[in-house]
Design a protein around this ligand. Sequence first.
Ligand code: SAM
Length: 176
Amino acid sequence: MILSSLNKFCHETIIRFTNNKSIVIDATCGNGNDTLYLASQIKNGKIYSFDIQQEAIDKAKVKTSEYNNINYIVDSHSNLDKYVVENIDFIIFNLGYLPHSDSSVSTKYETTIEAIKKSLLLLNSSGCVYITIYTKHDNHQEEHGILDYINTLSKYEYNILKYQFLNLDEAPYSII
Ligand code: SAM
């Protein structure tokens, strides 16, 4: 494929917005794939990784055992301001639920939007919020809530991009 896949585009964006010393957040740790990629890029910075499921964090810890700069937190990302004291360069939300797991333990638009608002307060001026949305999981409720909120953000303060393959029906897409 000539265009980057969603996952490749995400990794390219991480490379663009972070450096070796960045402070970043994985707001939805899940199986730890995004946390692992962030840790592989940010050797001397810090990664905060949130999930409400202890089981997910335990799996991610095994996957990232060679890194010692990851701060795992079993709590909702809507409480991120209780744990993150620094300004951040990058935050990723990979919304929805863990594949092959209880689909009711899913991100919910109220807590997601609260977390996005809090992350914007912590974001460095050249930082990035990266959100991947799975449109189907709750009948578009979370997607529409996020889009409504994003529409309230000033075009003078934020550049907001949507990365979506338009000919893939109901495929996930990213908002950056
Ligand atoms: N980034 C993950 C990876 O690389 O494997 C995939 C994330 S998965 C699609 C979504 C995760 O969000 C689930 O593990 C779920 O437990 C978690 N989650 C749901 N609500 C949350 C909340 N309020 N705060 C933090 N994590 C939450």
